[in-house]
Design a protein around this ligand. Structure first.
Ligand code: AMP
Length: 287
């Protein structure tokens, strides 16, 4: 089928799949696909017969000072990469299809959205949950795959599906990294060569904290100091937060265990990057 931009056209295909008893998965993205997105397609393929990749740069999840206008876009390349990787359909509605004039109902997240990314980006998770809810209703998937790279987002989507009683299997896929450890992100294209080198301090710091935990350190504040010291030597990197938290509600913990997560956000020059590590898994996804 390839590229579909109309909801009605998509629904027609969806009805035909339903009649055939086909299992459908959804991989929601904002496009400019990289290997991280493509691994979500792999995970979706393992769990379904038909993979739908949505490509939609969601204006509702960007703040007024954020990079909505500059966000990289290349729909033709996305279509090609997704189809080559095995996606059946790229669903790419326009903003006025997603939010027709007068559309004002929103999904309001709970306290899990109040810290970390939610605090740094007011309204961000209202935008994310609203668009994901709409995509779920438009595409009606059995399975939906999300990256652990956006850890808080994944936790909130799991919560939304549970709290609103949807029978969708939410799959979290480990973060895919460049060979040197940098978490893949569509925003990495913004980085200069010097900034990219300093951006490595984020994954490097998480890896050091993980090594300290493996060596017996369980104090959250000590692990936070390890991360901070590693990042603060880089002049282009301004840390926004270091979260040492439980994996479900992302509440700070005093002592970590194997399920704890360390998440960081920083500006590297003008570019905002996030990364995290689940202690049990280590720096997952490193290629
Ligand atoms: P985005 O296009 O940045 O909104 O991301 C779309 C989906 O891809 C989200 O579920 C992200 O968590 C996931 N994703 C982005 N980067 C990575 C990565 N490096 N590894 C795994 N998943 C990722």
């Amino acid at each position: 089928m390839g590229l579909v931009t109309s909801v009605d056209e998509f629904r027609e295909a969806r009805r035909a799949w339903a009649a055939q008893g086909v299992r459908v998965s959804l991989v929601p993205t904002m496009g400019y696909l990289h290997e991280g997105h493509l691994r979500l397609i792999d995970a979706a393929k393992e769990r379904s017969d038909v993979v739908v990749v949505s490509v939609f740069v969601n204006p509702l999840q960007f703040g007024p000072e954020e990079d909505y206008d500059q966000y990289p876009r290349d729909l033709e390349r996305d279509r090609r990469l997704a189809v080559e990787r095995g996606a059946a359909v790229i669903f790419a509605p326009d903003a006025d299809v997603m939010y027709p004039a007068g559309s004002e109902i929103r999904v309001v997240p709970g306290t899990t959205a109040e810290r970390w990314e939610g605090l740094a980006r007011p309204g961000h998770f209202v935008g994310v949950l609203t668009v994901v809810a709409k995509l779920f209703h438009m595409t009606n998937p059995h399975v939906a795959c999300f990256g652990q790279k956006d850890y808080q987002q994944l936790a909130l989507i799991r919560q939304m599906v549970r709290d609103l009683n949807w029978s969708i299997e939410v799959v979290g896929v480990p973060t895919v990294r460049e060979p040197d450890g940098l978490a893949m992100s569509s925003r990495n294209v913004y980085l200069s060569a010097a900034e990219r080198r300093e951006a490595l301090s984020l994954s490097g710091a998480l890896s050091e904290a993980h090594a300290a935990w493996r060596a017996g350190e369980s104090s959250a504040s000590t692990l936070e100091v390890i991360v901070r010291q590693r990042v603060e030597v880089c002049p282009s990197v301004a840390l926004e937060y270091i979260a040492v938290v439980d994996p479900d509600r992302l509440e700070p913990v005093d002592r970590v265990d194997h399920r704890s997560v360390i998440a960081v956000a920083a500006r590297v020059g003008p570019t905002r990057l996030i990364d995290n590590i689940i202690l049990r898994d280590g720096l997952s996804g490193a290629t």
